[in-house]
Design a protein around this ligand. Structure first.
Ligand code: GAR
Length: 207
């Protein structure tokens, strides 16, 4: 079985991307290895650590800033084509901070995975860590899920739980969530690639 082709989308530091790259490096290959390879990394902005990580690993990159396009639809179409050019089996949003549009979901729905720093359906959106703290939640965590046309509403694949400590600030909590999140994402992507999966309604089964 050949390795599944991954396109990873990033907007920032790219530590989740790095965790995937490290896991693949440690066990390259298809069924006999990690099961997937990163064939390209895309971003919505230039000059970010996530892109540097890709370049250092010799992986092709592409950048689609929203402001370079006349409308959100045009941006979405360009992002779709730039991603599709790498013929991905799976697309992974690893800290990609833009909501993609209909075009992208029509093309990659059912094979587009996102990681979110909260226990969905609680605290969706761009500030999952801050919102959980502000709400006074006692536990939070991370969710790896398939992306649908809503914001963080797609079928859940796996979740990791993190207890919130008294007096902890957003940065410290996010860092502890990310430790769990990186392992969860690596585990999930590897299993999806090696074993295949079914999505029935909201239920995801890794075969
Ligand atoms: C991760 O915690 C990810 O869940 C979050 O951004 C971080 C990216 O970290 N994504 C969102 O909040 C999306 N709504 P990284 O760039 O170091 O991988």
């Amino acid at each position: 079985m050949p390795a599944s082709r991954l396109v990873v989308l990033v907007s920032g530091s790219g530590t989740n991307l790095q965790a995937l790259l490290d896991a693949i490096d440690a066990h390259p290959g298809g069924a006999e290895g990690f099961g997937a390879e990163v064939v390209a990394v895309g971003a919505d902005r230039a000059n970010i650590a996530g892109l540097e990580r890709a370049e250092k690993a010799g992986i092709p990159t592409f950048v689609c800033p929203v402001k370079d396009y006349g409308s959100r639809e045009e941006w979405d179409a360009a992002l779709t084509e730039a991603t599709d050019a790498h013929a991905p089996d799976l697309v992974v949003s690893a800290g990609f901070m833009k909501i993609v549009g209909k075009n992208f979901i029509d093309r990659f729905g059912g094979r587009f995975v996102n990681t979110h720093p909260a226990l969905l359906p609680a605290f969706p959106g761009a500030h999952g860590v801050r919102d959980a703290l502000a709400y006074g939640a006692k536990v939070t965590g991370c969710t790896v899920h398939f992306v649908d046309s809503g914001v963080d509403t797609g079928p859940i694949i796996a979740q990791g739980v993190v207890e919130i400590r008294d007096g902890e600030d957003e940065a410290a909590l996010h860092e502890r969530i990310k430790e769990v999140e990186r392992q969860l994402l690596v585990d999930v992507v590897g299993r999806l690639a090696r074993h295949g999966y079914r999505i029935e309604g909201r239920k995801v089964t890794i075969q």
